[in-house]
Design a protein. Structure first.
Length: 271
């Protein structure tokens, strides 16, 4: 199995960064290898660091073997000059910052030659994330192995052949959990409009989304289309609803327009 990087610095420990740090430690990353830089650590991050003996806000004395950027895109301009010294020629720079290209990152971290852009999503917090990544030509086999082990520790992981695919990944899986949560909200609101009490309607919506997702996970060999068909009796109630959802201007069109907007915004953020 690929070894862990011996000196890993995580810059940014919000929801996503914190989830990754917890996942790495749970998967066996030695706490002595990890440094977390987070100016405003949450109680959870402070506890994680204290409980595991992880260095928190103690800048590494020597450049890191791997530098992971998990700050918000709008914070990069301020943060980059402060942490540029953490990277050296042999440092692997791994970024999960939406919209920031490899060219953009290398301009800010000129000493780092090996760069990986990755896009995880928030289910990483429970070890069920989905991450896709693209590696620059300078990333070697060992460094790719580090990425596979670290990002695979919080869910499933895929390599991309083209950096341009990152924006589409952002639109589908990066932002995707929010679409599912919005579906649960909309389903609950629809229940209220049909006369159900608000708390019951939300319970029904949440339970339905949770159960359907778990069924899809367990029936991995069965396509979502087949699972949908299994619920749909000809001429029945589900068929009546699907005629609306799959009709003109329905769910397929809405999702296509929504994800196109997300991809376009990711591209706008690349400057």
């Amino acid at each position: 199995m690929t070894s862990w990087p011996s000196r890993l610095t995580l810059v940014g420990a919000g929801k996503m960064g914190g989830a990754m740090a917890q996942g790495w430690l749970d998967a066996g990353l030695p706490a002595s290898s990890l440094t977390i830089i987070e100016p405003n650590p949450s109680p959870e991050i402070a506890s994680l660091a204290s409980r595991n003996g992880v260095a928190l806000n103690r800048p590494p004395a020597v450049p890191s073997e791997m530098l992971v950027l998990a700050v918000k895109p709008q914070s990069l301009d301020k943060v980059a000059p402060e942490i540029a010294g953490f990277a050296a020629e042999r440092t692997l720079l791994l970024s999960i910052i939406a919209g920031k290209t490899i060219a953009n990152l290398t301009a800010r971290f000129p000493r780092a030659r090996a760069v990986v852009r990755a896009m995880p999503n928030t289910p990483a917090a429970i070890g069920r994330g989905v991450t896709a990544a693209f590696a620059s030509a300078a990333v070697d086999a060992e460094q790719k192995g580090w990425c596979e082990r670290l990002l695979g520790a919080v869910g499933t992981f895929f390599w991309l052949d083209e950096e341009s695919a990152i924006d589409a990944v952002t639109a589908i899986s990066g932002s995707g959990p929010a679409y599912v949560f919005a579906l649960a909200e909309a389903l609950a609101a629809a229940g209220e409009r049909l006369g159900l009490p608000a708390d019951l309607s939300m319970s029904l919506a949440r339970g339905t989304v949770e159960g359907a997702a778990e069924l899809m996970r367990r029936e991995r060999a069965t396509t979502p289309a087949t699972l949908r068909q299994n619920v749909t009796s000809p001429g029945g109630t589900t068929a009546a609803a699907l005629a609306v959802l799959q009709g003109p201007g329905g769910l397929d069109d809405l999702m296509a327009r929504a994800t196109a907007a997300a991809r376009a915004r990711a591209a706008e953020m690349a400057g």
